[in-house]
Design a protein around this ligand. Structure first.
Ligand SMILES: [Zn+2]
Length: 293
């Protein structure tokens, strides 16, 4: 995405800086303060699939709690002046080769129209252009494209690494075949909060419970403001309203404690919450190449 790769524009930025500087020197009023392109943090949203459900029972909900029977599966690219972070890996990429819905177990169907790698390629990015990868957790609908990014450094909570790469992965509802490429790939194992670029704008926060080392991503965007990408802390709007915990879940009490903790933090930060699987939310978003900043 040449037109949007702001790090390729230093000469133009310098020119703007010189012109602005001259204007100020001549006593012109200051232009409204804007973030320079060199400092801009951007969030791009990608369609990494859909999940269709016969029942919401698996999510700890009664059929009357919500009408929703289809979930979005997004991936996100955070483009920071100091590097690029992929957040979430979506459904398994091989689904992109199959037309339409693919039935899985338990009354659940999945579809993926285009792999994340293909979507990035259309914008001029290769997997090698991504420096960091982080997933809220290692369930199959969050790490499906991960194998292509094995050259990037994984940011993973210690408890998630021990569970996902340990001998008992299946007991946490993980499918290790999907992320076999990540076993020996570069990893930075985290013990809690991690400020990815050191400026407080892209911060991983532990939110354990759904899986042992489930985490969420806090972003502080210039125009959009503070934003929480909440992984699977909630799957549905109704999950939040009813504090509903899925049946495929590691630790119910820890999940409820994480939900409660982030309700307080959202309020304190004045942050927007994105329930990642909310199709209603997803359909309201501007997908890449559009971006949030
Ligand atoms: Zn999920």
């Amino acid at each position: 995405m040449n037109g949007l790769d702001l790090r390729r524009l230093p000469a133009i930025f310098l020119l703007i800086a010189v012109v602005t500087g001259c204007a100020n020197f001549q006593g012109a009023p200051d232009a409204p303060r804007e973030v320079s392109p060199a400092d801009m943090l951007r969030l791009l949203v990608f369609d990494c699939g859909r999940i269709r459900l016969e029942s919401v029972h698996l999510f700890g909900l009664a059929s009357t709690d919500t009408d929703v029977r289809e979930l979005a599966v997004p991936c996100y690219l955070i483009d920071h002046p100091r590097g690029r972070l992929l957040w979430e890996g979506g459904l398994p990429s091989e689904l992109a080769g199959i037309d339409g819905w693919v039935e899985d177990r338990g009354g659940l169907s999945q579809r993926l129209d285009r792999s994340l790698v293909d979507q990035l390629a259309a914008l001029g990015w290769q997997p090698e252009d991504v420096d960091w990868i982080a997933f809220s957790h290692y369930h199959s609908d969050h790490i499906g494209a991960a194998a292509a990014f094995a050259g990037a450094t994984q940011l993973i909570q210690r408890a998630e690494a021990e569970a996902a790469f340990g001998a008992e992965a299946a007991q946490y509802f993980f499918d290790p075949d999907l992320y076999a490429a990540l076993v020996d790939a570069p990893k930075k194992v985290l013990d809690g909060r991690y400020d990815v670029f050191g400026d407080g704008r892209v911060v991983l926060l532990p939110a354990p419970g759904h899986t042992p080392g489930h985490q969420v991503l806090y972003l502080n965007l210039t125009e959009t403001g503070p934003l929480l990408l909440a992984g699977d802390l909630w799957h549905f709007e109704a999950s939040r309203r009813l504090r509903a915990v899925p049946l495929f879940n590691y630790d119910r009490e820890a999940t409820l404690a994480s939900m409660d903790r982030f309700e307080v933090l959202l309020e304190q930060w004045g942050a927007t919450l994105w329930i990642e699987h909310s199709l209603e939310l997803f359909e309201s978003l501007d997908l890449a190449p559009a971006f949030y900043h």
